[in-house]
Design a protein around this ligand. Structure first.
Ligand code: ATP
Length: 315
């Protein structure tokens, strides 16, 4: 694959991108930038991920705002753009009667490859995703995992600079999920193709993505390099024993810590502490517990995760 995105610093940019469906606002004045590499587009079901991917492909005219992908306008330059972008939709759109190799070749031709090149590339792509031996099987005889791989193969077959993958691990078990994520990471690294991967599974995105764009109800809640979003967020988890005596000891610990300037998120008897050095947070936690006469069940340091980020932004 000869992707040449190295000289492009922004592969996707949207400006006040808005998509309404009746009274539903699927994208709400979205300003976002994506850079080369693997970007995780995350958010709960209904957050607007699919709507954004469709807008980037020029499949629907937005209500307001605009997008640029690889420097092109998806609406006025849609045909040129779609020759440079591979797409794997979330829905299972594979025709059961067709052989995998014919399906992939057909879509490569639709994206502009001459027939002989499309045939070679279809075969190469199916080998790349681990379906070389199965390439002449009909799609209807394939397992869910194999069908997801065929979707990936067709997305990369036309030698794109960018591939948009909508929930590529949907329907897979944990082992299959892990395998396809590894494959996506390898394809991006070894073939210099940028990937935008939508998912509602935050741990999945953390495993494979360099960058994250997080949506909630059509709005941007976070965006940036994964390392920046989760890396510097070491904190401390303090779980207290739920004792009747002294009454309100968890409240007391919480209030003491807050009073000392510690950031506290409380879930029952568990307090997540942040906003300071790890050792200092542990010391403050022990002091507050001793002062309240409470008892510690667990006191441990932790790395911030994308799940924490979502909790913090929706608090
Ligand atoms: P999922 O992972 O469940 O597909 P998503 O993040 O991809 O979620 P979207 O499919 O983009 O979310 O949907 C965003 C919102 O827009 C949802 O409330 C959805 O019901 C609504 N929506 C999307 N497409 C349409 C449509 N064609 N007509 C009406 N409403 C739509």
């Amino acid at each position: 694959m000869s992707g040449d995105t190295d000289d492009i610093t922004v592969i996707v940019e949207t400006s006040a991108l808005t998509q309404r469906f009746g009274s539903t606002v699927a994208l709400d004045a979205l300003d976002v930038q994506m850079r080369p590499g693997v970007t995780g587009l995350v958010g709960a079901n209904g957050a607007g991920k699919t709507t954004l991917l469709h807008a980037l492909l020029g499949l629907r005219t937005p209500t307001l705002g605009s997008a640029r992908v690889l420097g092109l306008d998806p609406l006025s330059q849609g045909a040129t753009l779609r020759a440079k972008v591979g797409f794997a939709p979330e829905r299972d759109v594979l025709p059961d009667e067709m052989r995998a190799v014919d399906f992939v070749r057909h879509l490569a031709q639709v994206r502009g490859l001459p027939s002989s090149e499309a045939r070679t590339r279809a075969s190469d792509s199916l080998w790349l995703v681990g379906l070389g031996e199965e390439r002449t099987r009909t799609l209807g005889t394939m397992s869910t995992g194999q069908r997801q791989r065929v979707k990936l193969a067709q997305a990369i077959a036309s030698d794109p600079q960018l591939v948009l993958l909508d929930e590529p691990t949907s329907g897979l078990d944990p082992t299959q999920r892990s395998e396809i994520l590894t494959l996506i990471g390898e394809i991006s690294n070894e073939h210099s193709v940028s990937v935008v991967l939508s998912s509602h599974l935050l741990a999945e995105v953390e495993r494979v993505c360099d960058h994250v764009v997080a949506l909630d109800a059509g709005r941007l809640v976070a965006s940036g390099p994964l390392a920046e979003l989760v890396g510097d967020g070491e904190g401390v988890t303090l779980e207290l024993v739920d004792v009747a005596e002294p009454a309100g000891s968890v409240d007391l610990v919480e209030n003491t810590l807050r009073g000392a300037g510690v950031e506290v998120q409380r879930l029952g008897t568990t307090l997540r502490l942040g906003g300071g050095d790890r050792d200092e947070l542990c010391d403050r936690a022990r002091d507050a517990v001793a002062e309240a006469g409470a008892r510690i069940r667990r006191l441990e340091t932790r790395r911030r995760t994308l799940a924490d980020l979502f909790e913090a932004t929706s608090a």
